[in-house]
Design a protein around this ligand. Structure first.
Ligand SMILES: Nc1nc2c(ncn2[C@@H]2O[C@H](COP(=O)(O)OP(=O)(O)OP(=O)(O)O)[C@@H](O)[C@H]2O)c(=O)[nH]1
Ligand SMILES: [Mg+2]
Length: 200
């Protein structure tokens, strides 16, 4: 499947400042899980979203248009790269602000059609991931778990890890989409799902 053509729109700290969209897919997950790397893999661009070894790189709501097939037409939808949660080194007040910003976005963004919850495939769901999933379920928000860094799990351990990760998320193995932004594993399949979620 072809890369998803995307253009950076803006960074903002408040959902009310975002432009309207037809439909939006958001990417949430712990700091350093690979959200921005996934945006780059989906669009096949190396530096569209800023990635870093330092957790907490993304500090604002970063909005990307999914470009229309022809220039001059309206964007077909949008993708939101959110700041990561659980960044231990962020000062307390900043952490609180991030949480407010992320929750406010998820609850108020009417265009939202799917929340992709990224879970680190190498380390499995953390307490905060499980909290996020519980919160999404309680808030009745549509969501899909994406396990990242498939390339970091040894092939001999993959089957067990897939089973354990799904269980940790209280899901079935087949519910989880495994990807590697670095090696391209699962990226095509995810592009197809995003097309579907944006009803392209
Ligand atoms: N091996 C491997 N490393 C990855 C993969 N995806 C991301 N990484 C690495 O994980 C680190 C964090 O990636 P980012 O994409 O910046 O993570 P993020 O979730 O956007 O992080 P924040 O913006 O801090 O919330 C970087 O060093 C990436 O190179 C992957 O598929 N495989
Ligand atoms: Mg990021």
């Amino acid at each position: 499947m072809a890369p998803i053509p995307m253009t950076f729109v803006m960074s903002g700290d408040d959902v009310s400042k975002l432009p309207e969209s037809n439909a939006e897919v958001a990417i949430v997950g712990r700091s350093n899980v690979g959200k921005s790397s996934l945006v780059n893999a989906l669009s096949n661009r190396k530096k569209l979203a800023h990635t870093s070894n330092t957790p907490g790189r993304t500090r604002l709501l970063n909005l990307f248009w999914v470009d229309p097939p022809k220039q001059g037409q309206q964007p077909v939808g949008s993708i939101m790269d959110l700041p990561g949660y659980g960044y231990a080194k962020a000062p307390g007040q900043m952490r609180g602000n991030w949480q407010k910003m992320i929750e406010g976005y998820l609850l108020e963004r009417e265009e939202l059609t799917m929340v992709m919850v990224l879970v680190d495939g190498e380390i499995g769901p953390t307490k905060l991931d499980v909290q996020m999933l519980d919160w999404l379920r309680a808030s009745d928000l549509p969501h899909t778990v994406i396990a990242t860094k498939h390339d970091k799990v040894k092939s001999s351990k993959r089957e067990k890890r897939k089973k354990d990760l799904a269980e940790g998320c209280m899901l079935e193995k087949g519910d989880i989409v495994w990807v590697s932004a670095h090696k391209g594993v699962g990226i095509d399949r995810l592009r197809g799902l995003i097309h579907h979620w944006l009803s392209l």
